[in-house]
Design a protein around this ligand. Sequence first.
Ligand code: VG1
Ligand code: CO
Length: 542
Amino acid sequence: MEMIVSTRPFDDQKPGTSGLRKRVPVFQQPNYLENFVQSIFGSLSGYEGKMLVVGGDGRYHNAEAIQTIIRMAAANGFGRILVGQGGLLSTPAASCVIRKHQAYGGIILSASHNPGGPDGDFGIKYNIGNGGPAPEKITEAIYAHTRTIEQYRTLDTPPVKLDEVGTVEVGGAVCEIIDPVSDYLELMRSLFDFEAIRAAIAGGLRIRMDSMHAVTGPYAHKILEQELGAPAGTVMNGVPSPDFGGHHPDPNMVYAADLFDLMMGPDAPDLGAASDGDGDRNLIIGRGIFVTPSDSLAVLAANAHLAPAYKGGLKGIARSMPTSAAADRVAERLGIPCYETPTGWKFFGNLLDADLATICGEESAGTGSNHVREKDGLWAILLWLNILAVRKQTVQEIVHEHWRIHGRNYYARHDYEEVETKGANALMDGLREQLPRLAGRQFGALTVGGADDFSYIDPVDGSVSTRQGIRILFENRSRIVFRLSGTGTAGATLRVYLECFEADPAGQDRPVAEALAQLIEIAEQVAGIRANTGRDKPTVIT
Ligand code: VG1
Ligand code: CO
């Protein structure tokens, strides 16, 4: 039976970099999720009788939320609701399913790399019909709805069994539970030379994949072990769990420490890889060498033509502003454009749809291409495998050769997590206030060439996004960027991005911390990080 339920607005439902993310207890408040879902539907039109895709990363509260969304989607007039079995769909797989089935859109439940469990984080975001995250115009409309909502529509129906593939009726709609892996596997087969990878693995290429107890487990088991013939045990932590085994499903050197240690040790396989909670991020480590996400993007772009889907070359490369300029060097050499966008995958959608860019990436371990409209962890890992299979060199050889040709962009990100919002805002305000006076300023041997608060004009639809991060650009191509995270759920997280460029191969083999030491000092001097955050060192360095 259809029900209209009265409700009152919550004032904290503004979507951030990637949807609405809050602690689980916040989402468990009566009507909290319902309000947001109704606000999504309220900002859309013309979906009656159309298809909605729903899935999540399997974290705590995933299954309950999916039941709520199924009922509300049916009550609001969607005709068909496609749900991943067990409530699971990795973020890139959701994007793939939306595109393949020409759905009207999709709802993805994830807080990505943030911890899960009853006191962990939960999240929800809406993706449009191209399979990508809703652009700002839509997220702003959703937010506006959350401020005035008075009622929502739902049904009084029993829960749908999410564990069995099949079809059931819910209200006037059809709800179909689908295998979460098969459409995605089919897409991966069409992009990469699975035979070459299979032959390389049979010939001794070894890989270790850490799914971090998160959503890529079933995908990685199926693709790496069953399809490509890697031995059982290749995938570690491959069973999704609601609290990710009590860990942070964040693929970096800190939270994937076991993998990192393995890759730096005597028994290291050829490729170590990991993905995050919802499967859109990737970590790449070669034997004895960590590949920064910015370098990985550049190497993938430079070698993508070795995989069947990209053999005709790339139209362009896009990277988020804080991502290192390593990809720019590749674009320059290839004679293709390189776009610089604000942080968040939603800014790549138009470039991909308009075929201006083929490969995109972010320093936060996200890389992807025009095959879907999300970043895609396993895609990046498979492209690396395809490249290794064709080039028959080690990751280290490939990266070192890349630096010799393009130069090396030393890079690090320093995160100060959960600092007080007041201090974080004061720090950013202080930087903004200094902007007009920074150009021309000397710091030791370095001269500031320019400084600004990054703003972006979308080349396709002309939409403008301002205040996207403070950039201090030095004349020797070094750079410091400051911005506040838009995905955290408690206090503020300050991100400081540091980068310097080394063209000379003789200087490309220094420890990163040493290469960046001077910039780290300048960052403190300009921003007063200690005074404003009360911290004397970052929480995480990636
Ligand atoms: C972070 C990353 C950004 C990424 C976003 C969503 O955002 O910096 O590059 O797109 O997370 O990724 P922020 O605003 O916290 O810096 V995911 O894998 O969390 O969906
Ligand atoms: Co993610």
